[in-house]
Design a protein around this ligand. Structure first.
Ligand code: PLP
Length: 383
């Protein structure tokens, strides 16, 4: 086995979940997914596809009509995006891996903004890249970017910048001005940007287009920019494993080759479900976002009123990320919370060393009362 694989750390989130999965007395908020089932009209489209006998391979890059539909969706949000810049992938995490495989050679330098979902930092390491992390600054309950520090870290030897905003776990988002500065700087250094924007629609600040600022808003089609998206979060489709990439058209053919050697294609019936999801987007996503806003606004004030908790409302995403004063081992505390309070949270240290003492709570709960119940358990345990 390659040493890089041997050295990969176990997921701390899994470690906590393994202690409590299957226990009826534990309220689980550790993973990043809603507990709401995919809408029936999306499931029906997959069933209809199977019943028509669509059980075969598709084009590596996805069904042409789905690529067109995704391009239309992206264009609606960000201005013209042509279908020849789109590849359908087997989930957002697959899209991320494909992008890193396509752009990074062993030994290349990759800069990543952290804390971040551990898959984003593990993938370059799996491929033998040298990873350099630029930490966000922890405040009382909110994390902020030191833009100058990030710009200084990106030099002509930096092959790839990985940035996830809205961010899992912190809820931090990049501003349009920061994106402009990064685009201009990366054009000068020749660095590729890999923007993970899977949470772009889960955005709670006022915005004319109901989504977070995106690199696509300002980039030229030929810029060294690859954007990762997913059906998982804004269409309630985590288990379907479907995502997409937006890239310069000059990369698309190579991406198709790479997909051939990874998964060959996403399954056709899930792509049919995705077509239905996009056709019904005005029905699904605004409702999901409005509900998540309610979840956030239910949970965060409850957390803020607890002793030793420092929290602020996330600007985007589906997580409350909070500091527990006096805690210096997030993993140990998360395990104790499972055992002693029946509450399943993810440890901050899973996302970056500097997030020791922080905990992540996925607030995507259909039933707001479950959040209240969970908060009562935490409050009781803290007191
Ligand atoms: N990117 C981020 C930041 C995530 O949090 C996730 C999932 O939690 C993904 C990408 C991938 O999502 P999926 O593979 O379900 O599309």
């Amino acid at each position: 086995m390659r040493k890089a694989i041997q050295d990969l750390a176990e997921s701390q989130i899994r470690e906590v979940a393994n202690a409590g999965i299957g226990r009826d007395d534990v309220l689980p908020f550790w993973f990043g997914e809603s507990d709401e089932v995919t809408p029936a009209f999306i499931r029906d489209a997959a069933i209809a596809s199977l019943q028509r006998g669509e059980t075969f391979y598709s084009h590596n890059l996805g069904l042409p009509e789905l690529r067109e539909s995704i391009a239309g969706y992206m264009s609606e949000l960000h201005g013209p995006v042509a279908a020849d810049r789109i590849a359908v992938t087997s989930g957002g995490v697959n899209a991320l891996m494909l992008a890193v495989q396509c752009l990074v050679d062993p030994g290349d330098e990759v800069v990543a903004v952290t804390p971040v979902w551990p898959n984003l930092t593990a993938q370059p390491i799996v491929l033998g890249a040298r990873l350099r992390c630029v930490p966000l600054r922890p405040g009382e309950g909110r994390w902020t970017l030191d833009l100058d520090a990030l710009l200084a870290a990106i030099t002509p030897t930096t092959r790839l910048l990985i940035v996830n905003a809205p961010n899992n776990p912190t809820g931090w988002t990049l501003s349009a001005e920061e994106q402009a500065a990064l685009l201009a700087h990366c054009r000068r250094t020749g660095t590729w940007i890999l923007a993970d924007e899977v949470y772009e629609r889960l955005y709670y600040a006022p915005s004319p287009r109901a989504c977070a600022p995106s690199f696509l808003d300002q980039a030229q089609p030929q810029d060294r920019l690859v954007v990762v998206h997913s059906f998982s979060k804004s269409f309630l489709m985590t288990g379907w494993r479907l995502g997409w990439l937006v890239m310069p058209a000059t990369l698309t053919q190579a991406m198709g080759k790479l997909i051939e050697f990874n998964t060959s294609c996403a399954s056709v019936f899930t792509q049919r479900a995705a077509l239905a999801a996009l056709a019904g987007r005005s029905e699904v996503t605004p409702r999901v976002v409005a509900h998540l806003r309610q979840c956030r606004d239910t949970l965060v004030p409850l957390l803020a009123a607890m002793p030793r908790v420092r929290v602020s409302a996330a600007q985007g995403g589906m997580y409350a990320f909070f500091r527990l004063e006096g805690v210096d081992d997030s993993l140990a505390v998360a395990k104790r919370l499972v055992r002693e309070a029946g509450l399943g949270l993810a440890p901050g240290s899973a996302f970056a060393p500097q997030a020791q003492g922080w905990l992540r709570w996925c607030f995507a709960s259909r039933d707001l009362q479950r959040l209240v119940q969970g908060a009562e358990r935490l409050d009781r345990w803290l007191r």
